[in-house]
Design a protein around this ligand. Structure first.
Ligand SMILES: [Zn+2]
Length: 282
């Protein structure tokens, strides 16, 4: 271990600076979204079976709601532009902008070069949870998704119902793509209902039993036409292990809600990012 310098404590005592203050982000009209949601009707319902995934489509200006049914269950969510699968949810940038976990008023941002909101969280029945004494919170953008490659790396297994594989099969079926082509579009997820954090002493990613109960839900406003896929994680409530069939698993419900005509006024989908993409070549 390196000997600390004489001013080690002083260096540690420097207060942090928020990397990306969000005050200048495009403004969000949450009251408008909430008013539109209050008059919206469920027009489509899909179920992600336990240890499997479903896909769903949400037109721009509609809502989608993920609900716990039957028992505590976490879900791994992927989102794509319905017309261009290369524009997809960017969990790392969403984390940099909004923090490690998302809740009402936070947005799910898309990949470069579009970098625009794909969806906005308008309702979160677990918003009361906050940050617990372990540093844990709900709906994280820090985990990636459980996958068979890491399982193989760590324990030599061939497990086929990790969220990565579930999402791959769901996308392949939704878009009639060969499995290996669909897999290239699967990306880091929003961990819906999952309770996670980093240990204070070692900085390791941890999970703990999700506080979600049947009836809990997370509702989004679709900012553009979306294709979504949701996996009911083989970890169940993620209280013990994932990447196996050991945990109790339950389905997750996805509902699409259509607002009343005119409820959104002159709202329009966000434009793609304004950077000119010349990257210093001019
Ligand atoms: Zn999973």
């Amino acid at each position: 271990m390196t000997q600390p310098p004489a001013d080690a404590q002083a260096r540690r005592a420097i207060p942090p600076v928020i990397c990306y203050p969000t005050e200048t982000l495009p403004q969000l009209d949450l009251p408008l979204y909430r008013a539109a949601l209050s008059g919206a009707e469920v027009t489509d319902t899909t179920l992600a079976p336990p240890r499997d995934a479903c896909s769903f489509s949400v037109p721009a200006g509609h809502f989608f709601r993920i609900s716990s049914v039957d028992g505590p269950q976490v879900g791994d969510l992927n989102l794509w532009n319905a017309h261009d699968l290369t524009e997809r949810f960017y969990s790392g940038k969403t984390r940099a902008l909004h923090g490690t976990h998302v809740t009402t008023g936070d947005r799910l941002w898309s990949s470069f070069p579009t970098l625009r909101p794909l969806a906005t969280v308008v309702e979160d029945s677990l918003d009361w949870y906050g940050i617990d004494a372990f540093g844990g919170s709900v709906h994280d953008v820090i985990g990636t998704r459980c996958d068979p490659y890491t399982g193989n790396l760590l324990s030599g297994t061939q497990y086929h119902h990790c969220c990565h594989s579930n999402l791959t099969r769901a996308l392949a079926e939704a878009r009639d793509l060969p499995l290996h082509e669909a897999e290239r579009h699967v990306h880091d997820v929003l961990n819906v209902f999952m309770c996670t954090g980093f240990t204070r002493d070692t900085g390791q990613y941890f999970m703990k039993a999700s506080p979600v109960r049947p009836g809990d839900h997370l509702t989004f406003f679709a900012e553009i036409d979306l294709l979504g896929a949701l996996s009911a994680c083989p970890g169940g409530d993620c209280s013990s292990e994932h990447s196996s069939d050991a945990a109790a698993c339950y389905p997750l419900k996805v509902e699409v809600l259509t607002p009343a005509a005119g409820a959104l006024g002159d709202w329009q989908s966000p434009q793609v990012n304004g950077y000119d993409r010349t990257h210093g070549t001019d």
